[in-house]
Design a protein around this ligand. Structure first.
Ligand code: B16
Ligand code: MG
Length: 208
């Protein structure tokens, strides 16, 4: 029986991956190499710092710590400028309806995201009030597939992870949810999200 529902943000509630991609691509181009959508797949669900490490590896570039931090900051500035224009209409199909449905059934709702911009995104989408707790990249130290983010989200809801269902689009996120002891609904392809208890194409399949 589901007492709590914990949602990943990017890829589950909203497609921010396209904005991350444009900002990472611009950085790569400034550094003189191409960064493709296929490359971008490797950054989904991964923290900002780890994303930059992967990007520099793709470009075959080594930098000192200060330059690394400046690059992460400049990417984030560009990303934040683009998500500042996010519209409530960009919520993925069925996501808002499903959140509202769960609330009306008395299910507690948390966000469990790697993003440090999660609160800003929820406010732009005008859905912050649908969440009982928000655990994001500012509140956790261990990245998915570590279960920290989902354990913390369960604790914040006052629930045992076993009574929570995690909704995730990234393989590392599915692993994190399973490691927390929760049931996991994968959003995307069953070939990639093998460890999920159930895989669906999107929350529209559950809403209504
Ligand atoms: P930020 P999620 C993740 O969000 C994104 O999938 C990932 O591409 C991004 O690097 C990460 O957030 C950190 O984002 O730079 O805003 O802190 O899927 O965990 O909701
Ligand atoms: Mg995600």
């Amino acid at each position: 029986h589901m007492k709590g529902a914990i949602f990943d943000l990017d890829g589950v509630i909203v497609d921010t991956a396209k904005y991350h991609y444009l900002a990472w691509k611009a950085l790569a181009n400034r550094l003189g190499f191409e960064f493709t959508e296929a490359h971008n797949e490797r950054l989904k669900g991964v923290s900002r710092v780890e994303s930059l490490r992967i990007l520099l590896e793709i470009g075959g570039i080594e930098v000192d710590e200060q330059t690394f931090n400046e690059m992460a900051e400049s990417k984030n500035k560009e990303y934040v400028a683009s998500i500042a224009k996010l519209q409530p209409e960009e919520i993925l199909p069925g996501a808002k309806a499903y959140l509202q449905q769960l609330r009306s059934q008395g299910v507690k709702i948390a966000l469990g995201s790697a993003s440090k911009n999660a609160e800003f995104i929820l406010s732009k989408l005008e859905i912050a009030d649908l969440f009982d707790a928000v655990i994001d990249g500012n509140k956790v130290s261990k990245a998915k597939p570590d279960p920290e983010v989902f354990v913390s989200a369960s604790v914040a809801l006052g629930l045992d992870p076993k009574d929570c269902v995690v909704f995730e689009d990234a393989e590392a996120g599915v692993q994190a949810g399973k490691a927390a002891g929760s049931k996991v609904v994968g959003i995307g392809s069953p070939e990639i999200l093998r460890e999920a208890d159930l895989v669906i194409a999107g929350l529209a399949e559950l809403a209504g």
